[in-house]
Design a protein around this ligand. Structure first.
Ligand SMILES: Cc1ncc(COP(=O)(O)O)c(C=O)c1O
Length: 423
């Protein structure tokens, strides 16, 4: 068996094992029992819990204007518009894309069914045979999967360590005379630990090396950051002439779909004319787009900044409270993804179980999403959480963590060691 095939089998086996253990413990593959959701709670197996698992960071999925937009679109157009966009798109696409384009300062953009599909439509076409691809080792799986599609064309692909600008620069120097374009692919905000790409440094390198093209996935930075809620990347500087920005509406924007933004019209037209998602897949239903139109209007108003401020203050409260309680907060940032390190996977499983028993539900970030002893409690915050919710959650974590560590014969100093934290 080739190395590639045995690595593939090993990864599937590990993911299968991790999912099976977690499902047996009742911490994944769950369903909500709620008849109505309020944005703060969920009920699983009859137990109502405070919910810190949603990536709807601004809680916009509960905004009455956005819900009304979806309902109106159903009433006008029905529950689907079953055609490939290559033939005809419902009028809601035109309205959505026009408003989104306004949000993104007139840059050409394409709204597709999801960002996974977006990367698969974008990457194999914009990356040429004479180009090289460098990926951050933690770039999202959907980017890495789309890059796999380049392997049968023998495109040069390599991975570098997370956020290592120095390594990126030395690889660009080494490759620049042999390749037409060098693509650096990374996330704007990393979904597990909420840390950021060093956007300003990336722009500086792109200014210095004309071959360097930036392909950034900023889906987790959408809406809660940036002018008009255009995301974390654009909160750091204007649109770079060699930036290929990708994002999505499934998180803080409150609706659905993947968004591909281009620095110029030519690449936009190329993808529109040739991408598989545009030609071979059915378009999103009018209800999603009706909601998108209303959310885009909010993004184009000053209200988006009020929402951003509300969330930022709550995240600051999360950070200061976690530190006051002595919790091992990893990568303290202003992003709405909190991450509390617990070390070994056993401690993580134990903590989630304990916290569910106490009435709190959040996600566990465990190998292979993160390295083996870097298990953590991944806690996305949303604007609808109250300060009291945050305080109660963190206080309970501080009570349960020493007991979970004791159960697994681990300790705080082991967590500090695994995450290379200074006590
Ligand atoms: C960073 C990142 N990129 C891409 C995706 C995939 O987006 P979609 O669900 O629209 O396919 C996700 C997950 O939702 C993600 O977290």
């Amino acid at each position: 068996m080739s190395d590639l095939k045995s690595k593939h089998d090993m990864v599937i086996e590990i993911v299968n094992q991790v999912a099976s253990i977690a499902a047996k413990l009742g911490i994944v593959h769950n369903n909500t029992d709620d008849e109505i959701l309020d944005g703060r709670h969920i009920t699983i197996r009859g137990k109502k819990m405070l919910y810190f698992g949603s990536c709807g960071y601004l809680g916009l999925e509960h905004d009455p204007r956005i819900k009304a937009g979806a309902i109106e679109a159903i009433n006008k157009y029905g529950t689907q518009f079953s055609s490939s966009r290559a033939y005809v798109s419902s009028s809601y696409y035109q309205q959505s894309e026009e408003l989104l384009r306004k949000m993104f300062f007139g840059k050409p953009l394409l709204l597709l069914q999801s960002l996974t599909v977006g990367h698969m439509s974008n990457i194999p076409i914009i990356v040429g045979n004479d180009d090289a691809v460098i990926m951050d080792s933690q770039v999202h799986d959907s980017v890495q999967t789309a890059v796999q599609m380049l392997r049968n064309r023998d495109v040069h692909i390599e991975l570098i360590r997370h956020n290592r600008i120095d390594m990126l620069e030395s690889r660009v120097k080494a490759l620049k005379d042999n390749y037409r374009k060098i693509w650096y692919m990374a996330d704007g905000v990393y979904s597990m630990q909420g840390d950021y790409a060093p956007v300003k440094d990336l722009y500086r390198l792109a200014d210095q090396y004309e071959q360097l093209h930036l392909y950034l996935d900023d889906i987790h930075g959408m809406s809660w950051a940036g002018p008009n809620g255009t995301g974390y990347v654009l909160s750091q500087g204007d649109y770079h002439p060699r930036l290929y920005l990708t994002t999505g509406l499934t998180k803080a924007f409150g609706t659905s779909g993947g968004l591909l933004i281009y620095p110029e019209e030519a690449s936009f037209n190329l993808i529109k004319n040739t991408s598989k998602a545009f030609i071979f897949s059915i378009q999103m239903p009018p209800m999603v787009l009706g909601a998108t139109v209303e959310s885009a209007k909010i993004h184009l108003s000053d209200e988006i900044y009020t929402f951003q401020d509300e969330l930022r203050l709550k995240m600051e409260y999360f950070n200061t409270t976690a530190k006051k309680l002595g919790l091992p907060l990893i990568n303290e940032t202003s992003s709405p993804i909190g991450f509390i390190g617990v070390g070994k996977p056993d401690v993580g499983y134990n903590m989630v179980k304990r916290m569910m028993n106490q009435g709190y539900y959040f996600n566990l970030s465990v190998f292979p999403s993160v390295s083996y002893n870097n298990t953590g409690l991944r806690i996305p915050m949303n604007r609808l959480h109250t300060y009291e919710d945050i305080e109660n959650l963190l206080t309970e974590i501080a009570t349960q963590l020493p007991q979970a560590l004791e159960d697994s014969k681990s300790s705080m100093s082991e967590i500090y060691k695994h995450f290379k934290l200074v006590a």
